[in-house]
Design a protein around this ligand. Structure first.
Ligand code: HEC
Length: 190
């Protein structure tokens, strides 16, 4: 009798704990279940973000993104010498890692897109991300984003897709890597 009594009293507590656990699981699964993160992963795969934001290494079939450094931007320890001067129709240059570029726009380094708060997108809001890719301005309101970042193409993505890319970028492993700051060329005539 005593045993049954104790069980009867414990049952509601266990039930509420179970409910809590289920609710937590459901919340975590929600983003997955409605496929937002997967959609973002798919979009990142087909829109070439890894081509410029993941440093290349030499693979069996030639240079390929080093996925151990996925989307972490230009490696901070790879200090680039000054770019060669433009010659004739050869007006721009790219580094072997495909994360550093020089052209009439100045020198641009692909930044870290992982969720690291100090060196990546960790502190960016969804709104800043969407605005940056829509407006071509740093964090949505700063200096113009330099080539070859193809934001004019990405500005055609619908809002749900841009948000999915953001959700995916928030879900990937954070990598601490402070890519160098880009250096826009001085305005012509200055
Ligand atoms: C052809 C190369 C290239 C591709 C492809 C590319 N990026 Fe970039 N991206 C860059 C470079 C270079 C910069 C730095 C530009 C600068 O500093 O002005 C940049 C900057 C950014 C920034 C920072 C913008 C800011 O406000 O400072 C974000 C965010 C970004 N890219 C996201 C993406 C995403 C997401 C994709 C794929 C959908 C992508 N990039 C594909 C080269 C590229």
């Amino acid at each position: 009798m005593v045993g049954i009594h104790r069980h009867a009293r414990r049952a509601p507590r266990i039930a509420s704990l179970l409910l809590l656990a289920l609710a937590t699981l459901a919340a975590a699964a929600n983003a997955q279940a409605n496929g937002v993160v997967e959609r973002g992963a798919y979009l990142v795969k087909i829109t070439a973000c890894n081509d410029c934001h993941t440093p290349f290494k030499m693979g069996a079939k030639g240079p390929e993104p080093d996925m151990a450094k996925m989307l972490s931007g230009h490696p901070q320890n790879l200090v680039m010498p000054p770019a060669p001067a433009a010659q004739g129709p050869w007006v721009w240059h790219g580094g072997a890692t495909n994360t550093a570029f020089a052209g009439p726009w100045g020198v641009s380094y692909a930044p870290n897109l992982t969720p690291d708060p100090d060196t990546g997108l960790g502190n960016w809001t969804e709104e800043q991300f969407v605005k940056a890719l829509r407006s071509g301005r740093h964090m949505g309101s700063g200096r113009p984003i330099l080539p070859p970042m193809p934001w004019p193409m990405y500005s055609n993505m619908n809002e749900a897709d841009l948000k999915a890319v953001y959700a995916y970028l928030k879900s990937i492993p954070a990598i601490r890597n402070a890519a160098p700051a880009s250096m826009p060329a001085p305005p012509p005539g200055s």
